[in-house]
Ligand binder design. Structure first.
Ligand code: SF4
Length: 289
């Protein structure tokens, strides 16, 4: 497989075949994100992506059950481009169970209901959407590009097309608006009603606008107990109908898992135990982006 630059994928796509259909992120403005800063966004030649898929199929096509289409916000691709990829995936990988990609809310909103439905029918079944927060002042401050209402509408339209969502929240991203961020994010998760909900912890990466703000004293990551309280509030107040919940990303201090709402009480208990110092947290040296 030929990859241009560094490749990112959600932890749950560790066993997926990753094909690169876009280079970089079409937005590339989020203040905390350094994933694609060195890349200028462009759509990769369809023939190159298809050639990579052919090569992967020749090597181990029967083993591919999951396909993740990279890079950032790959849903931005024109619908015809997506449909060609999805048709090739169905032809080349007979045991394919799911195709997924990162998506911004605007990528969903820019497609018509009919386009979304055709993409779903062709096999695109899961979108990873990272609003990070449901708090509009925070979304504005981090230059997320879409507000909470846009995320709710994008979720409604993706669900209407039959797609599942994985929603990602970012602990600590709101700085001193920690409590507002946690409550509004719980509310957003309730309204987006994802099948998967993951919380990551913000890491201030040198070279990002967030790092500049931190150096100027205009942003500080909350202390660990505050981050745990954000997590507790999100778990306690979010009301998805049935979501797989995970904090297994390497950035987190406390790896957790379960279903919400079914396991809410147990997860909250574990967070309380961590807040009381009864559970050892992941050390700084073991944390990653
Ligand atoms: S939309 Fe995603 S990939 Fe693009 S800048 Fe924001 S966080 Fe980074």
């Amino acid at each position: 497989m030929r990859y241009e630059g560094k490749i990112y994928r959600p932890p749950s796509e560790a066993d997926a075949l990753i094909v690169q259909a876009t280079i970089g992120c079409s937005w590339n403005h989020c203040t905390y994100c350094d994933m694609y800063r060195e890349k200028t966004f462009r759509v990769r030649e369809l023939a190159d992506t298809l050639a990579d898929m052919e090569a992967a199929a020749a090597a181990a096509g029967d083993h591919v059950e999951k396909l993740f289409v990279a890079d950032g916000d790959a849903l931005v691709l024109p619908t015809d481009h997506w449909l060609a990829l999805l048709a090739a995936a169905r032809r080349l990988f007979p045991n394919l169970r799911r195709v997924s990609s990162y998506a911004m809310a605007r990528n969903v909103l820019e497609k018509s209901d009919d386009e979304l439905r055709r993409l779903r029918e062709a096999g695109l079944s899961l979108l990873y959407v990272g609003p990070e927060s449901g708090d509009d002042p925070t979304l504005k401050r981090i230059a997320k590009g879409d507000d909470a209402a846009a995320h709710v509408e994008a979720a409604r339209r993706a669900h209407a097309a039959g797609m599942e969502l994985s929603v990602i929240a970012l602990l600590g991203i709101a700085g001193e608006r920690s409590d507002e961020h946690a409550r509004a994010t719980a509310d957003l998760v309730t309204k987006m009603n994802p099948a998967y909900f993951a919380a990551l912890t913000v890491t201030v990466v040198p070279g990002t606008p967030l790092h500049t703000l931190e150096r100027r004293g205009r942003f500080a990551v909350p202390e660990v107990p505050e981050l745990l309280r954000e997590l507790r509030t999100m778990v306690d107040l979010a009301r998805p109908s049935d979501a797989m919940f995970r904090t297994n990303h390497a950035s987190n201090y406390l790896p957790l898992g379960g279903r919400l709402p079914r396991d809410r009480a147990r997860i909250v208990e574990v967070i309380d135990a961590a807040l009381a110092g009864k559970i050892r947290l992941r050390g700084e040296h073991a944390r990653g982006l």
